[in-house]
Design a binder for this molecule. Structure first.
Ligand code: ARG
Length: 583
C-alpha cells in the first residue's frame, strides 16, 4: 500500500503545480506540533525564495487548489506553513485497506532478495553466558523483520568450533587421559562411540585449559600444535572434536530453544575449512595476500583512514587459520550456496575492527559481489542493575541459563501471587511473560547502546515493558472474545480524539518497519508498539465498548481494536515473543 506521507505529498504537489509552482515543494512531513495538526507542509517557505513572493500568499493559493476531500483541516498559517489533518473517512478507508490486505499492506521490499543474518555467536564447549543474550535476541528479531519484509532470510549461528579452544581441550584431555586411543598414532581401529567426557566435565575442562594456557607456555605450545593438527585432519583429534560437537550442540540447541531463538543453519567455522586452501591460493596468486614475518596478510588500510586499520592475518606463521580466515572462507561458502544480497553480522561492537578489516578484504578480493551489502550490527554491553559489568557473586561470568531462570522465577512469583491463571497454566504463562520481559527489555534499547539489566523494571506490568504490551493484547483479546465474531467487521470513521489518535498510530506501522529494517534497529518497533498500546488503552478508557448500545458504532470500535491487536501481535512476533491467553 502507498504510504500516507507519499499519498498526501503527491496531492500537495499537485496543488502546488495548479497554483503555478513546482510540484516538488509539496513534500509533507509528520507535524512537529501535534496540538495544531497531524501533518504539515513547509514547501511554501522554500518556494517563496525561488518565486520572490510572500510565503503565506503561496501557502494560501496552494490550499485553495488542494483537493480537500481527504482533509478535515487544510489551512495556511503564518509565516507560510500549511497545516493538515486527515478526514475521518479517509483514515477509515486507509485502515480498511490495511485490515484487508495481506500483512496490513506493508510493502515487501525484500521480495526476491536473500539476506544472511549471522548471529548467536555460540562457541562450542563453552556454555552460553550473558554476553550471548544480546546477539541472540537482536539477531533473531532482525532476521524475523527481514522475513516479514519479504526477504529469504537465513539465520546462521556461525559456531566457534575450529579455533584454539578446540586445541586447548584436546591438549588438556591428553594430559588427563593419555591412554585414550585418540592419542595413539598407531591406532587404526574404530574410535569409541561414547565420548570420554560428559557435558559437565567438558565445561570444566575448557576453562581449566584456558587458564593454564596463560601460565604454562609449554602447554600453550601444545594446544596450538593440536589446533593445527586438528585443522590438518588428524584422525584422533577429529574424533574427539566430533564428540565435543555432539555433546555441546545438544546443549546449545536446548538453551536457544528456551529463548525461542532458532537458526536455519547451524554451520560453524569448521564448515568454512574446506574453502580455505583455494581461497588462500587465490589471494596469494592475485597478490592480495603478502608474506609478513612468516605469516600471510592482506593489507586493507586506505588513504583516507582516520585510524590505523591493520592488515588481515590470513595464515599465521605456524600455518593455522584464525578468526578472520574462517570468516572470509565463510563468505565464500555463503556466496556460493546462497548468493545473498546482504549479510548482517550481529556481535559485540568491540568486534568492529575485525569486521571492518574482513569487509575490506572481501571487497578487494571480490569474494562478495559488489552489490552485496555487508553490515556489522555491533551491540553494546548489558550491565547489571547498578550499571557495573554483570558478574556472579564470586566474580565469574553468569550463565545465560541462570539469567533466564532468575527472570522466570521473578515472573512466576507474580503470576502465582496475582492468581493470573490456573495452576496447570502457571509454567507456560510464566515462560511467555518472562521472555517478553527479557527480550523487550533488551530490544527497546538502541543496539549500539549499553543498558542495565533490571529484573523488576523489565518485568513490570506497567510502563515501557514487554509485559505491558502483552497485557494490552490480552485485554483486547478478552473484549473480542466477549463480543464474538469480529474478524470481518469493517473499520469506521473515528468517533473521538482517542479513536483518531489510535487510527493514526495504526497507519505508522509500515514506515516504522521500513526504518527499523534500514537502520537495523528493533528498538524502533518497540517504541512504536509502546505508542500503539498507549493509544489502545486510552481509547479503551475513554470509550464504552462492550456497553455501547448503538450496535453499528460498537462494531466499528471492535474492528478498530481488533486491527490494533493484530498489529501488536505481528510486531511482537517480529521481536521474537508472543502473548499469553490470559494475564
Ligand atoms: N564466536 C564468536 C565470538 O564468540 C562470534 C562469531 C560471530 N560471527 C562471525 N561471523 N564472526 O566472538
Amino acid at each position: 500500500m502507498e504510504r500516507i506521507l507519499d499519498y498526501i505529498s503527491d496531492k500537495m504537489g499537485l496543488a502546488f503545480e495548479k497554483a503555478g509552482y513546482e510540484a516538488s515543494y509539496g513534500k509533507v512531513t509528520v507535524s512537529n506540533r501535534p496540538d495544531l495538526c497531524e501533518y504539515q507542509c513547509n514547501g511554501a517557505l522554500a518556494a517563496a525564495k525561488a518565486y520572490h513572493c510572500a510565503p503565506i500568499q503561496i501557502a494560501q493559493k496552494v490550499v485553495e487548489e488542494l483537493d480537500a476531500q481527504d482533509f478535515s483541516l487544510a489551512e495556511a498559517v503564518m509565516p507560510g506553513f500549511i497545516n493538515l489533518r486527515l478526514s475521518g473517512s479517509f483514515l477509515a478507508g486507509y485502515l480498511e485497506q490495511m485490515r484487508t490486505a495481506p500483512d496490513f499492506g506493508v510493502e515487501k521490499s525484500g521480495t526476491g532478495k536473500t539476506v544472511v543474518v549471522d548471529y548467536g555467536g555460540a562457541n562450542v564447549a563453552k556454555p552460553l553466558h550473558i554476553g550471548h543474550l544480546r546477539p541472540a535476541i537482536i539477531g533473531e528479531s532482525l532476521k524475523r523483520l527481514h522475513q516479514f519484509m519479504g526477504y529469504n532470510a537465513i539465520g546462521d549461528v556461525h559456531l566457534g568450533d575450529w579455533g584454539l579452544q578446540m586445541g586447548l581441550i584436546i591438549a588438556e584431555l591428553q594430559d588427563r587421559q593419555p591412554n585414550l586411543p585418540y592419542f595413539d598414532p598407531d591406532f587404526t581401529g574404530e574410535y569409541p562411540a561414547e565420548a570420554p567426557f560428559t557435558l559437565t566435565e567438558l565445561e570444566e575442562i575448557y576453562p581449566a585449559a584456558s587458564a593454564r594456557k596463560k601460565t604454562d607456555a609449554e602447554f600453550a605450545e601444545r594446544a596450538h600444535a593440536a589446533t593445527y593438527a586438528l585443522q590438518q585432519g588428524n584422525r584422533g583429534y577429529r574424533a574427539i572434536w566430533q564428540h565435543i560437537m555432539r555433546i555441546s550442540l545438544a546443549d546449545l540447541h536446548r538453551v536457544y530453544d528456551s529463548l525461542d531463538v532458532h537458526f536455519e543453519k547451524w554451520l560453524g567455522e569448521s564448515d568454512a575449512d574446506p574453502y580455505i586452501p583455494a581461497m588462500v591460493a587465490d589471494l596469494k596468486a592475485k597478490g592480495l595476500a603478502i608474506p609478513s614475518e612468516g605469516a600471510w596478510v592482506i593489507p586493507v588500510a586506505e588513504p583516507g583512514d582516520k585510524k590505523e586499520i591493520p592488515p588481515v592475518i590470513l595464515v599465521k606463521s605456524d600455518g593455522s587459520s584464525i578468526y578472520a580466515t574462517t570468516d572470509l572462507a565463510t563468505m565464500v561458502q555463503r556466496m556460493q550456496d546462497w548468493n545473498p544480497d546482504k549479510i548482517l553480522y550481529v556481535t559485540d561492537k568491540r568486534q568492529n575492527l575485525h569486521f571492518e578489516q574482513i569487509f575490506r578484504a572481501a571487497r578487494k578480493a571480490g569474494i562478495v559481489k559488489p552489490e552485496t551489502e555487508l553490515e556489522h550490527v555491533g551491540h553494546g554491553t548489558m550491565n547489571g542493575a547498578d550499571g557495573k559489568p554483570f558478574k556472579t557473586r564470586d566474580g565469574g561470568v553468569l550463565r545465560l541459563e541462570q539469567l533466564v531462570k532468575e527472570m522466570t522465577d521473578f515472573v512466576r512469583a507474580k503470576v502465582v501471587e496475582n492468581k493470573i491463571v490456573d495452576e496447570n497454566e502457571v509454567e507456560n504463562t510464566t515462560h511467555i511473560i518472562a521472555l517478553a520481559a527479557l527480550k523487550y527489555g533488551d530490544l527497546s534499547n538502541q543496539p549500539t547502546k549499553d543498558y542495565n539489566f533490571d529484573l523488576e523494571r523489565f518485568a513490570a506490568f506497567e510502563g515501557n515493558t514487554g509485559p505491558y504490551i502483552l497485557y494490552t493484547i490480552v485485554r483486547v483479546k478478552s473484549i473480542l472474545a466477549k463480543y464474538g465474531a469480529w474478524e470481518h467487521l469493517p473499520i469506521q470513521a473515528p468517533v473521538n480524539d482517542s479513536a483518531k489518535d489510535l487510527m493514526l498510530s495504526v497507519t505508522r506501522l509500515a514506515p516504522t518497519l521500513e526504518s527499523a529494517l534500514r537502520t537495523a534497529s528493533p528498538n524502533l518497533i518497540c517504541a512504536y508498539i509502546y505508542e500503539l498500546a498507549g493509544c489502545v488503552n486510552k481509547f479503551y478508557h475513554e470509550t464504552r465498548i462492550l456497553g455501547e448500545e448503538d450496535k453499528e458504532k460498537q462494531a466499528g470500535y471492535i474492528a478498530l481494536i481488533g486491527l490494533a491487536k493484530d498489529i501488536l501481535e505481528t510486531c511482537i512476533s517480529i521481536l521474537g515473543f508472543e502473548a499469553p491467553e490470559k494475564m
